[in-house]
Design a protein. Structure first.
Length: 233
């Protein structure tokens, strides 16, 4: 029998994250339906219907199980029970899931971009431009690209002149934990990197033009596109 995911690092009195709940339900389904090692699970669409959960929550749960060594995600083929899934999965992920973070970022960073467009100084705009240029220069290097991407979003927050907003963006960025990076690994392509660069250019141009409405739209469009990309089947 496959054991439930270990939640030893979670505060005992806190509610478990939704993806952990869904992950345990998937484990129960594997056990109840006697899906053996090496066998394929139902499709994401069928699993979401069977468990009455969203595709986003299901995908986060599958990523948690993958990181825990319970399942294997094979691109273009599906999700399979691992060859040796009978040990307890130990996943110290206690923060919000990727789609939860993206939802918060759409709400918060869109308004931050609008504020930046109203008050950004020339030097603040130059800092945002510098981050875009670094992303373009290092777009094929995952680590360098991540650092430049982080600096882009933080530079926009700094452009507002509000340190609380800078701290908020930094907090949200730091929630990009193991689930986020595994999700990105599954979807990261040259096309996605180029689309991200285009999105960032659009945001920069709106802020440089001091157009709050355009900056808000551009940031929201960027984060909505990322969400759609990571949600697609």
């Amino acid at each position: 029998m496959i054991k439930k995911i270990s939640t030893s690092n979670e505060i005992a009195t806190s509610e478990p994250r939704l993806y952990r709940v869904v992950a345990d339900r998937i484990l129960s389904l594997i056990n109840d339906e006697k899906i053996k090692s090496g066998e394929r699970l139902p499709s994401e669409r069928d699993l979401a219907t069977k468990l009455s959960v969203s595709r986003a929550s299901l995908r986060e749960a599958i990523l948690a199980l993958e990181l825990g060594g319970v399942v294997e995600v094979r691109g273009g083929s599906g999700v399979y029970v691992s060859e040796k899934p009978d040990t307890a999965a130990d996943l110290p992920e206690v923060g919000p899931g990727p789609f939860e973070v993206l939802s918060a970022r759409r709400l918060i960073e869109s308004e931050i971009a609008a504020i930046a467009a109203r008050v950004a100084t020339d030097s603040a705009i130059d800092a945002i431009l510098k981050a875009v240029l670094e992303m373009e220069q290092h777009h094929a290097n995952y680590s360098s690209n991540e650092n430049a991407d982080r600096e882009f979003h933080l530079s926009i927050a700094r452009a507002t002149g509000n340190s609380a907003l800078v701290g908020t963006v930094e907090y949200l960025w730091n929630q990009r934990g193991r689930l986020w990076h595994r999700l990105k690994e599954h979807f990261q392509t040259e096309e996605l990197r180029q689309l991200t660069l285009t999105d960032h250019r659009n945001i920069l141009e709106a802020i440089a033009a001091h157009d709050p409405a355009a900056a808000r739209r551009a940031m929201r469009a960027h984060l909505e596109r990322v969400t759609r990309t990571f949600s697609r089947g």
